[in-house]
Write a protein of this length. Sequence first.
Length: 453
Amino acid sequence: MKDNVIPERKDDLGKDHDKIKILFIGLSESTHTQTWIDLLEGSQIERRLFALQTGSPPDSWLVRTYITELIKRKNSPTREYLYNDFIARFRYIINSMTDAKTNKLKFTKAIIFLFTPQLNSFFSLFLGDKFAKNVRVDKFGAEIWLAHIIKEWKPDIIHTLGLFDNQGGMFYYEVRKRNHLEGQGIWVHQMRGGSDMALRRYDPASVDLIRQVLSECDQIITDNYANIDYAAKLGIAKEKFASIVPVPGTGGIKVEDYDQESLIPPSKRERSIFWPKAYESHWSKGLPVLEAIRMAWDHIKPCEIYLLAVDQEVKSWVLTFSDEIRDHLHVIEIRIPHYQVIEYLRRARVLLSPSLIDGVPNILYEAMAYGAFPIVSPLETITPIVKQEENVMFARNLHPEEISNALRRAMSDDLLVDGAAGRNITLVKKIANRQHVAKKITEYYIGLIKEEL
């Protein structure tokens, strides 16, 4: 049997069906989620997404999605809305209460869930939209719906994306326990870069949760080797990680979408720097980067610096810069569409992206593909992939002097940036070619089902 041929199987009624069914659970508004699921486009695999309550995908994304965000819209062939239909909500509640282990407290929660849209309309009418938007939807309703979907649709594989921060892994883990869904499909959990474990492995409370989820899921996917080592120290067998790891978290780069010959060498581009993480967070710090820009300015000018996703703290400190520097800082406070990011990388000489915690960031692969010279931090998830000066310049996020020195070198050394551009394109084609990754992922899912038969 060929690797990419789905084995013959029968449903509960004994009828043959020729498609593997995968239910993804994660942040539907995330481009990481969308691009991963898009790897299966055109395959024999039927894919659906259960969207968590943080948002919805764009209407142009045509994968069938279950929306739990508190919005009321009409269902369509590609969208089903939890709060769209009063009768449907009532049916989910009744189904959830047929389990003998359901306790009485759930009945009270079920009534709240049933009337949540009406309560939100009440608050909006009398207290204003701003208050209504802050009314947090009880996740019990989403849990009921997810359990109902799994029992009714019977996915062959349940693929959760991310663990903490309101992502799929922990949400499904809780639903699985409360609704006794063990054995309902193969559970594949995909870890998010470094954010799931890099810091939390030091926190006793988080460690217990990580160990429980990774122990109960059937397979683990990650984009770096460090997560494998972290998990091993928690007692998780390395064999539990999928054979395809490490694999790019978004599925890689469409190398066929760009023509190497048409890319302008970095030394011939406008003198511009693209900084996509201009904010303060657990995972990266913006203020040391600002200080590095101030320190390096006299050596790197003239140049234009584009700051993306700027938060209020970074914005406030930008105002302290001299007029000369500030006139060349382009502050963008929103997260821009992905195609615009690519346009910046096509034009930029340098990608400036130091961080404290990361997996192998997609922005690194994209900068390498489109010719922008990367300045990144020497994290243990990144150093196995790229080398100092050969592919990137390393600079630790909390060390302005290192970032400043890397900027000076990258903005002055034409041989460095042009040489790296050629090597980086070759490397991306080798390790992050989306076409190759899609084939590997499809074969991986099919292989899981073969092992079960």
